[in-house]
Design a protein around this ligand. Structure first.
Ligand code: FPP
Length: 247
């Protein structure tokens, strides 16, 4: 049985898949190209992954596109990434709209360049009623930064009497994270043979299955995505219970 046939027969599809798109720079440099060449080829992988995710009935796809730590990269690379983001939104917006894709962001986006903020705001507004799939771009994102911003929001609520110290529940924190109203990812994919979480969705990945592949992000295609889903489907998700309890 081919991977494709096997995949289509199964029903256990994760609701939310998160991806650490890694290896753009190494992929480009291995060919004697500039790192930005890797990032712009990475956009093809984004397009293909989104298409597959939508086709397979996945409802949320979160992509780690720019971390708070990425500001430490050379200015030319940062500028190139920001331009690529604006150009990609411009090029893809009709396709997103036609395919029922709702765009969202997580991260401290107000610190991005003005033209990025404007493009993102416009695309988010245009696609806000779409229901097929939500594409979440993590931009100027890191999990510890998100949690600190959330703590400050909780502190404000305590100050104004909306919350009582000693009575704060998990839900209260979840409601003030950037991911409020987004279900936790059930599957995390990281490309390029790195085995780290790199400050990505630390709270939300508590029960996620992890899939690591050697493939560099610009080479990530449908077959690799299916491999990740099959890997997810082969796992027994126990959520702290015993195997007998869940069977
Ligand atoms: C990691 O590879 C990738 C990034 C930091 C940026 C990802 C951006 C894109 C794929 C393009 C824009 C995205 C959208 C959503 C339009 P790396 O540069 O860290 O690779 P390396 O580890 O080989 O250096």
């Amino acid at each position: 049985m081919s991977t494709e046939t096997h995949f289509q027969e199964t029903k256990n599809i994760p609701r939310h898949v998160a991806v650490i798109m890694d290896g753009n720079g190494r992929w480009a440099q291995a060919q004697g190209e500039d790192r930005l060449f890797g990032h712009s080829n990475g956009v093809d992988s984004v397009r293909e992954t989104l298409k597959c995710a939508r086709e397979f009935g996945i409802k949320f796809l979160t992509l780690y596109a720019f971390s708070t730590e990425n500001w430490a990269r050379p200015k030319t690379e940062i500028d190139g990434l920001m331009q690529l983001l604006v150009a990609s939104i411009h090029n893809e917006i009709d396709e997103l709209q036609a395919n029922g894709v709702r765009l969202k962001t997580i991260g401290d986006v107000e610190r991005l360049p003005k033209d990025c903020i404007e493009s993102l705001k416009e695309a988010i507004e245009t696609t806000k009623n779409n229901q097929e799939i939500t594409l979440v771009l993590a931009l100027n994102y890191s999990s510890r930064d998100e949690i600190i911003r959330a703590c400050n929001r909780l502190a404000e609520k305590v100050k104004t009497g909306l919350l009582t110290p000693g009575d704060i529940q998990q839900k209260d924190l979840e409601n003030v994270l950037d991911t409020a109203n987004i279900p936790d990812p059930e599957l995390l994919i990281r490309t390029s043979g790195e085995y780290r979480v790199s400050n990505f969705l630390l709270w939300q990945l508590a029960y996620a299955e992890m899939h690591f592949t050697q493939v560099f992000w610009p080479e990530f295609r449908r077959e690799h995505f299916i491999e990740a889903i099959l890997d997810f489907q082969s796992r027994e998700r126990r959520f702290g219970k015993t195997s007998d309890q869940i069977s």
